[in-house]
Design a protein. Sequence first.
Length: 302
Amino acid sequence: MPYAAVLTGYGSPETLVWSEVALPAPGPGQIRMRVHAAGVGPTDLKIRRGDLREVFPLPDPAVLGFEAAGTVDALGPGVTGVSLGDEVAAQLPTLGGYGEYALASAWTVKPATVSWADAAALPASAEAAVGVLRQLGVTSGETLLVLGGGGSVGVIATQLAVSQGLTVFSATGPSDEQFAKDLGAIPVRYGSALLAQMRAHVGKVDAVFDAGGKGGLRDAVELAGGPARVITLADEHAADFGVALSAPTPDRAPDAVEQTMPLLASGQLRLRAQRLLPMRDAAQAHALLEVGTAHEKLILTS
């Protein structure tokens, strides 16, 4: 019997327990992968705590994880274009990445030059970055402020926006300022001085991408001249400022991983630094992320 980190009830990280589960069988259009690495993200923590129980109903068994990379182990009816043993990365809208095996309905071939950890770190962050940039409708010559520019999504969004010819301001903590510069952005600090720092550079911005969800929307709306082109991924106070909260719907950016994987393979796209932990230590990963002591993207490996 395979194992997975199963959510045994809403609550603290200790509710994630390494347990035996049934081997999942792929349905029509699905593959089963032997998972080598899975990404851990902030939304996973909210699901575990029960904050999003109305939005993300738990699968049975309740195995979290929106992104994973592994080897194709079985094919469901009607699956073509992929073979047993192929190395793939997948976004998992219905969860399941924190296990030795996972089912996927969409996947992207992992190039040999991309590590398992990088392949697992890409799908959810790339989908969010590509999707929100599209929703903002940014174009070359415009100015974009990225809140949370040092996070997994912000790092990708910054690079894609710079490559599209935008001037990008990246709101980060002090430890990420140089990285933001390396990615082609102008770093500014989160916090009470954000607006003043931005005013020292520009009178306004064309759009704001809040990839962090940790405040700053009031300043964002003022800088953008209103909420129309301000989008957040996670700030629960978005409605208070008239700001749109973007969710990972199937039509937001279904081609995001296909678009960004070649950039990652060629070195044109960089990812946030990673920290690897064994899959059985999913609870520890959640605890590290929750208390803010993890400054890297956390990757579970099996």
